[in-house]
Design a binder for this molecule. Structure first.
Ligand SMILES: [Zn+2]
Length: 171
């Protein structure tokens, strides 16, 4: 089922999400709904809080390099993530389904290691780099109650507030 994505400045986006305890049918339904919602909105990543569910669940599905399409076999489901290692710096123009129409360069770690569970509660620890590392950090920020616009400089943030208000009025 496609769920409604909450957008800035909805206060729930600043809520800290809680860990999943039961890896059951309810979680699987949430993951499936998140996938449907993300694909419907042409997103490459989604955190549960973006559909107003404050649980530590995120999904990522990058475009396949060759076909430039999102293949379901590339879907990554990450539950209860903890960043265990981080190194390097990288800059990438990020966007967010909860801040529609706004894109800005954001600095992130270049490589990260993440300990997490899959949908069946099995534990994993994986190293991510490139766009995958950026996307995972962006989504983990959502789980911690943060948005990428908080990383903007004061001047850019002011510019964003102005532009965003105008965009919302135009809608
Ligand atoms: Zn986002």
């Amino acid at each position: 089922m496609i769920r409604k994505i909450i957008t800035y400045p909805d206060k729930r986006l600043w809520q800290k999400s809680k860990d999943i305890i039961n890896f059951d049918e309810t979680l699987h339904q949430l993951l499936d709904d998140m996938y449907e919602t993300m694909i419907n909105k042409e997103g490459i990543g989604l955190a549960a809080i973006q559909i107003a569910v404050p649980l530590n669940v995120l999904i990522i599905n990058l475009l396949d390099e060759e076909s430039k399409t999102q293949k379901k076999e590339d879907l990554i489901e990450i539950i209860n993530p903890v960043i265990t290692k981080k190194s390097g710096k990288t800059l990438f123009t990020e966007g967010c389904l909860s801040v529609p129409g706004f894109y800005e360069d954001i600095e992130r770690y270049k490589q990260i290691s993440v300990a997490y569970c899959d949908r069946n509660g099995n534990k994993h620890e994986k190293e991510f780099e490139g766009l995958l590392a950026i996307a995972v950090q962006h989504e983990i920020d959502h789980l911690l109650g943060h948005l990428f616009i908080e990383k903007l400089s004061y001047i850019k943030r002011k510019k964003f507030e102005k532009e965003y208000k105008r965009l919302q009025k135009a809608r």
